[in-house]
Design a protein around this ligand. Structure first.
Ligand code: PMV
Length: 328
C-alpha cells in the first residue's frame, strides 16, 4: 500500500500566444476567454507527492527550501481537491523543484500545478483522463491546465467546471518554433497573475478584448495548423498588446513593460517587416520578452537579441510534450 502513496511527475511551463487574462469565476478559475499556448521543452518542474498517515499537516519544499506560508497554503488547498476526489484525509509531503530560475519570465505556476495534479492523483491511485487532469490543474493556476496536454494546446474556456480544460491541437513536432526568452529583469514581479486577473474587469477595454477573442483564437489555431508564420505573428502580437492594454487601463493600472521591453518589441517587428525574418514577440505579466521564431532562424535571432542593450541573457525552448509520471 505505501508504494502506491507516493508518485513523481514532470511538467513544462507554457507560453500563451492567445492570452488568458481575467476570470468569469475566480474561485473555479473559469477564464473570461479561451487561450492557445505552446509547452516549453527543456524547462520543467519535477514534483514528488507522498501521502503519509503520520503527517499532521501538508508540507512543501520548493527548490530545496521550506516554502513560505502563502505557497504552502495554496498547495494545501489544492490538495484538498485531490483528497476529496479520492475520498481520503491524509496529509502530504510535497517536494518540488524547477530547473529554470524563478523570476526568469516564465510562469512556474503552470508547470508546478500540472506536475502536482499528476503526482498527487497518481500517489492516491486515481487514474484521471487527460481532460480530467487538465480541469484539476486549472484549479491550482489557470494556465496550468495548458501544461497537461502536449505540444500546441488550446484551453476551451467552457461554461462550467466540467467543460473548461485544455486539449492538444498539434503535436510538438508539428511545427519547429522556438521561444527565445529575452531576460531583461530577474526580480519578482510586483503583482502576480492571480491578483492581476481580479483587476481585469476594472478596465473598460476588457469587454472588447474578450468579445473579440473567439476570432483571435480561430486565426491563431488556423495559423498554427497551416504553419503560416505571418498570420501567426500578426495575431500573436495583437493579442499580447490587447492584454497589456487591459492591464495598463485597469484600476489600479498594471505596467509590466520596461523601456527595454518596448525596445525589443519594436525591434522584433522591424526584423520581420524589413528583413523578412520569421520572428514575433509576446509578453506575459512581466518585462521579459518571449521572442518566437522558426527554428531555422533561432541562432541568428538569439545573437541579435543579445546585442540589444539591456538584454541580460536569452533562454531558448522548443515545443514540449505533455505532463508525465517519472521516477523519483
Ligand atoms: O495561470 P496564471 O494565473 O498564472 O495566469 C497566466 C496569465 C498570463 O501568463 C499573463 C497569460 C497566459 O495565458 O498564460
Amino acid at each position: 500500500m505505501m508504494s502506491l502513496m507516493s508518485a513523481s511527475a514532470i511538467a513544462s511551463p507554457n507560453i500563451a500566444f492567445i492570452k488568458y487574462w481575467g476570470n468569469r469565476d475566480d474561485q473555479l478559475r473559469l477564464p473570461s476567454n479561451g487561450s492557445i499556448s505552446m509547452n516549453l521543452d527543456g524547462l520543467f518542474t519535477q514534483t514528488t507527492v507522498t501521502f503519509n498517515p503520520d503527517l499532521e499537516k501538508d508540507t512543501l519544499i520548493l527548490n530545496d527550501q521550506v516554502a513560505d506560508q502563502q505557497a504552502t497554503s495554496r498547495v494545501s488547498h489544492f490538495l484538498d481537491l485531490v483528497r476529496k476526489l479520492a475520498d481520503v484525509n491524509l496529509k502530504a509531503h510535497v517536494y518540488s523543484k524547477n530547473n529554470f530560475p524563478i523570476g526568469a519570465g516564465i510562469a512556474s505556476s503552470a508547470s508546478a500545478f500540472a506536475a502536482l495534479s499528476l503526482a498527487a492523483t497518481a500517489a492516491l491511485g486515481l487514474e484521471l483522463s487527460e481532460a480530467e487532469l487538465s480541469r484539476l490543474a486549472r484549479r491550482g493556476s489557470g494556465s496550468a491546465c495548458r501544461s497537461v496536454p502536449g505540444g500546441y494546446v488550446e484551453w476551451l474556456a467552457g461554461q462550467s467546471d466540467a467543460d473548461s480544460y485544455a486539449v492538444s491541437i498539434a503535436s510538438p513536432d508539428h511545427w519547429a518554433l522556438v521561444d527565445c526568452i529575452a531576460i531583461v529583469q530577474v526580480e519578482h514581479k510586483p503583482i502576480g497573475s492571480s491578483q492581476g486577473h481580479l483587476l481585469a474587469n476594472t478596465s473598460p477595454l476588457q469587454h472588447a478584448r474578450v468579445e473579440d477573442s473567439p476570432r483571435r483564437i480561430r486565426l491563431c489555431r488556423e495559423a498554427i495548423l497551416r504553419r503560416d508564420f505571418e498570420a501567426f505573428a500578426n495575431i500573436t502580437e495583437l493579442d499580447s498588446t490587447l492584454m497589456h492594454a487591459v492591464m495598463m487601463t485597469s484600476d489600479p493600472p498594471l505596467f509590466y513593460w520596461s523601456p527595454v521591453t518596448l525596445e525589443i518589441m519594436t525591434t522584433v517587428t522591424r526584423w520581420r517587416r524589413e528583413k523578412a525574418l520569421p520572428v514575433c514577440y509576446t509578453v506575459d505579466a512581466g518585462p521579459n520578452v518571449h521572442v518566437i521564431c522558426e527554428e531555422s532562424s533561432s541562432e541568428i535571432i538569439r545573437e541579435k537579441l543579445l546585442q540589444i542593450p539591456g538584454v541580460l541573457h536569452v533562454l531558448s525552448a522548443k515545443p514540449a510534450g505533455p505532463a508525465r509520471l517519472c521516477q523519483t
